[in-house]
Design a protein around this ligand. Structure first.
Ligand SMILES: Cc1ncc(COP(=O)(O)O)c(C=O)c1O
Length: 297
């Protein structure tokens, strides 16, 4: 799956640090920590007319990721919300919009890894683009397992939503080479962790399962699906799940802000059914409820 350029994004305004810039002038310094070392944290947000889906949880994750990385001047939620509002208003966006929210450690006084070289404050970027759901959630996606392992805490804690995305990018390259939509990453023990950019669930014998959270991003959509299932009386369990269990599941789906809930219809060339009644029920329930998860600001 290759995303395409949307001409509506030609003339967008992007918020950087303290003000808006037109797309062609929206740049960070070559001394910015994100350029120097991928030293930044980020969130993907989805905008509906009702607001932004689970906004507060996204802002909490951004702030907690930045705290783990010892950023010294983490902007408040109020400040970030003001920047988001200014950006959306300037672009006339209130639907079909995805925001890439990034907080870098900021500009360094000279190149180098040391965070003490960051003496100009952190840099908030609000990049809002016209971007409807990225997958066709009716036909689903095909995935291939990758030789690239997802980080577990002994390497780099996957609970930090950071910009060191190379493991995931290498996985996506393997999927591209294989002509598939996404790459499936295993944890350090060989159990399924997640896709390169979304979390995974499977359904078997009337029960929903998802891998434990030690080696995947604790996705906000993942969390919403788990809470939604519990509230609806649908049996759901976190477990160590192998590739074989996913390949023989009654249904498999991916979750994430970019694409919401997407059936996975093939893993490593084996087809996975997408008609399972319980899985279809979960997909429909989420679709019905998603606007109720929006927060205005
Ligand atoms: C690696 C990875 N997994 C899962 C997700 C989905 O997370 P969320 O549901 O919070 O969008 C993302 C989104 O950024 C991601 O990058």
């Amino acid at each position: 799956m290759l995303q395409h350029f949307d001409p509506r994004n030609n003339n967008i305004q992007v918020f950087i640090k303290d003000r808006l810039y037109p797309r062609e002038a929206a740049k960070v310094s070559v001394f910015d920590s994100s350029v120097q070392g991928g030293d930044a944290v980020w969130e993907g947000l989805r905008v509906y007319p009702e607001g932004i889906v689970c906004l507060d949880k996204h802002l909490t994750r951004l702030q907690e990721s930045a705290k783990t990385l010892a950023f010294t001047d983490i902007p408040s939620k109020e400040m970030i919300k003001r920047a988001i509002k200014e950006t959306l208003d300037a672009n006339g966006m209130n639907n079909d919009t995805h925001i890439r929210l990034t907080l870098t450690r900021g500009e360094k006084i000279t190149s180098g890894m040391d965070p003490r070289l960051n003496q100009n404050g952190s840099c908030l970027i609000v990049l809002a683009e016209w971007k409807p759901l990225v997958y066709d959630n009716n036909s689903g996606i095909k995935v291939i397992s990758s030789s690239q392992r997802r980080n577990a805490p002994q390497f780099l804690d996957s609970k930090i939503h950071h910009n060191n995305l190379l493991n995931n990018i290498l996985t996506k390259i393997q999927a591209n080479v294989a002509g598939k939509d996404a790459g499936l990453m295993l944890d350090e023990r060989g159990f399924v962790a997640e896709l390169n950019g979304s979390n995974l669930f499977m359904v078997k014998n009337e029960k929903v399962y998802t891998p434990f959270g030690h080696a995947c991003l604790p996705g906000i959509t993942r969390n919403t699906v788990m809470e939604m299932c519990a509230a609806e009386g649908i049996a759901i369990e976190e477990a160590d799940l192998s590739l074989s269990q996913f390949i023989n599941a009654d249904g498999v789906f991916a979750t994430g802000t970019m694409g919401e809930l997407t059936p996975v219809v093939e893993i490593d060339g084996r087809s996975i059914p997408k008609e399972d009644a319980l899985m279809q029920n979960v997909l429909k329930l989420f679709k019905k409820k998603v606007r109720g998860y929006c927060e205005s600001f």
